[in-house]
Design a protein around this ligand. Sequence first.
Ligand code: 5GP
Ligand code: ZN
Length: 138
Amino acid sequence: MKFDANCIFCKIVAGQVPCTKLYEDEDVLAFLDINPVTYGHTLVISKEHYSTFLSTPKAIMNKVMNVAQRIGQVQIEQLGAKGVNILINSYEAAGQVVPHFHVHVIPRYTAKDGFRLEFKELKDVNLPKVAEEIKDNL
Ligand code: 5GP
Ligand code: ZN
């Protein structure tokens, strides 16, 4: 199993750094974010060290997403959340601070509960051109 001795999440997996654990299996660990943005903010991670979602093998990525879905369901059923944001930051430019694949499962109570994702419209984009750049390489 890939382990990075300098990685805070690898240290959590190894039990060298404590966490508030919610779930664990062979490949996946879920625990509460130490700086929650809402009540119940959870991180679901692969136990093995992969630096981003984009570089994680599909089988592991799928297992992590399965657990993230279940955590979101329980946040609604048990915490009284009215919604859930699933967020994966990949690379620094996207706001990733810890370079170990993790999924944020953020329960939402109201639109003004302290967490906000802002979608600002990018003007004058040639959509067919963008589509060409992407779709031929999928
Ligand atoms: P990123 O910006 O990389 O997507 O998010 C990293 C998240 O990890 C942050 O929300 C931060 O609060 C959380 N985090 C960083 N270090 C620790 C830690 O030692 N323990 C826990 N439970 N969460 C951490
Ligand atoms: Zn790691």
